[in-house]
Design a protein around this ligand. Sequence first.
Ligand SMILES: Nc1ncnc2c1ncn2[C@@H]1O[C@H](COP(=O)(O)OP(=O)(O)O)[C@@H](O)[C@H]1O
Ligand SMILES: [Mg+2]
Length: 362
Amino acid sequence: MRLAILYGGKSGEHEVSLRSAASVIRHLDKSHRLHLIGITKAGSWHLQPDSVLATCLEGDEPMDLRADGPEVLVVPGKGLRVYGTHGSADLPLDAVFPVLHGTFGEDGTVQGLLECANLAYVGADVLGSAIGMDKEMTKALWRQAGLPIVPSITARASDLGRIDDLAANAEGLFGWPMFVKPVTCGSSVGASKAETLSGLKSALSAALEYDTRALIEPFVAAREIECAVLGNDDPRAFPPGEIIPSHEFYDYDAKYIDPDGARLVVPAPLDEATTGRVKDIAVAAYKAAGLSGMARVDFFVDKNDGTVYLNEANTIPGFTSISMYPMMCEAGGLPYSALLDELVSLAVDRKKTRAAVRYDRA
Ligand SMILES: Nc1ncnc2c1ncn2[C@@H]1O[C@H](COP(=O)(O)OP(=O)(O)O)[C@@H](O)[C@H]1O
Ligand SMILES: [Mg+2]
């Protein structure tokens, strides 16, 4: 297969992408022909020299990203084209693997470009990506499907002027403590616990720096359980894993800075019934949110009474070799390299299926 790997990107998760992409590239079957396309923080796409691939394969560092190489343009109807100093050339491809986390990569925007360019791509499509990125929309669909979610109120910047009413409403519904987070972020950016009215105000101001909407939820004292789902129309779930953060919640530091911030346990030590329930809900949640390719569906399991709640879906989950998604697949009998091959075939299959759809009237 001729594959393009997109990595880097404009989001706050650029550095995470550099690590995920290095891992994906190292685990992809060597028979594939890889074209590495680095996306700078400013958003321009650059074909990487062979030396970047060679360095990646030799070492264990995050990806290097060179912005001095030829630019890559998306040409509607025609795929990708490389523009160098000596002119331009098409980049023939069988599929694109966006290893991008967060906004402008995981949210449907890049997926839309790839659709316009008639390219097969790994992971959720435009709609699924956009839904997965938006925690308010995801919850609305899950609620409608009768799936268990943590209740929430959505607050906007304009609500800050009537924060006392909003807080009274939230207090009546949820009690204290509460949890506040931006609707469309990831990596726990802008998320915090609020224990008092003044805490809620500052938590909302912090969350609304990162998005125009924030969710207020009851604080759930919960175990954090994650479940890998893979597939298009007939998705399957893998044995769930558990994140045990050493911080009060799984915050940015616990995720990326503090080496002892969290312990990952795969498979999660859950009883058989809860494991089955998590897997069933994960598949139902995946379908309800219109997902395809892959997603990591994240849960809370109440520490006190064992209630299972859906939290969120990540359509391009972390992909380092110590990331949950590949580890959970491995625990379910699908090794990392085979997982990557399956993702590529799912991408190609989806494109084939859609190519059979008629868009004209003739
Ligand atoms: N309602 C909640 N109660 C308690 N902790 C929460 C709640 N919502 C989120 N968290 C904590 O914040 C972390 C990040 O929130 P999450 O919804 O997963 O967003 P992100 O997309 O940033 O990962 C979670 O892993 C969990 O530790
Ligand atoms: Mg999360």
